[in-house]
Write a protein that binds this ligand. Sequence first.
Ligand code: SF4
Ligand code: SF4
Length: 411
Amino acid sequence: MQTSIAPDVLATPLGQDADRILRKCVHCGFCNATCPTYQITGDELDGPRGRIYQIKDMLEGIAPGEQTLLHLDRCLTCRNCETTCPSGVPYAELLDIGRHLAEQQVARPLPQKLQRALLRRFFLSPLFGLALKTGRLLRPALPQTWRRMIPQQHSIGATQDVDTRQPWQQTVLLVGGCVQNSLQPAIDLAARSVFKQLDLHTVVATDTRCCGALSHHLSAERAAIAQIKHNIDHWLQQMQQHDCQHLSMTASGCGVMIRDYARLLQHDAAYADKARRISEAWRDPIELVRQQLNKGKKLNPANSANGKRIAFHPPCTLQHGQQLGGQVEALLQQLGFKLLPFDETHLCCGSAGTYSITQKSLSMQLRQRKLNHIEKHQPELIVTANIGCQTHLQSGTDTPVLHWLEVLAPT
Ligand code: SF4
Ligand code: SF4
């Protein structure tokens, strides 16, 4: 794609990054075929190619309007378009630039500003845990639609058994994140139990805060970068103290963010190297499990899920964001779990962080589309790899939705 970016923008690192990305795009439009928002609205401006053109216009000096903001807001950042693109366009990187420019030039309507500020405050404060506890107490008395929006806490069972056996092959710093430990603490305990079976020692990171994704996706960039820098300093100190080779987290949505730390801080002289070290140390749990199995370690899942009809929903952040598609499915099948095939596994379920609140209609349509495909095969369990997808899907079905680590941990 030819570009004529305004000279003052082209003189900045942001302008040069954008120019490099735009020149890769050959505007073939293949990416529209797998874009969930384009599939629903049928509007070119809601597809990746249309968004790329809108971002190009801004870089070339055409002022964005509220419609530009809307079409960029509607993007789920699912990165399905990156998987599809034959030219290897790093779309998410360009989207970050486009959102930054649009946010600078378009005044967001006040109700949206308030909603975004409140969402950040709510999810990043102890209020979230308190509201969840209260909701769980009231749950039995609520109508079904409301009940489904308040996920029940999963049983923790034998996963609490974490010992201090020595010597370990490797040590992993397990980061808790912001909302997951209130929603489903069983997932991290399951991870520790599975890692233990595979001779991996887990050190749980103190000071569990958001990975930065929440603020980043709500375009609160300054807050996101401050959070990321805090995490980098804290995690590097903890990794050094406990001699950790890797850093992991059980939510694939946070994982893709941590993988991106190196890119997000590449132009920051004080943090570029530290951010790169964190991104390089990052391993999704499936990478750690497969690494240990390849070394001959054994995993014996004695879980009640074995023998059940399971539908595995691969989060976009796992299959597109981290390019780890097919790995959990292969592992579960190798361990004897019975997985059901279903259509459109590549498409987003509509969760995408706070998207289910800020873009409710599109999000609900995507959730229903996903559940229709899954439930056609009458699964007894739906399994996934990200707390966001897990909670979102559970809010639309009575079929239990679990993290894959929960079905591997002994019960
Ligand atoms: S598939 Fe890739 S090259 Fe083609 S329009 Fe989409 S982003 Fe551009
Ligand atoms: S990230 Fe997802 S929603 Fe956004 S343009 Fe790409 S495919 Fe479409």
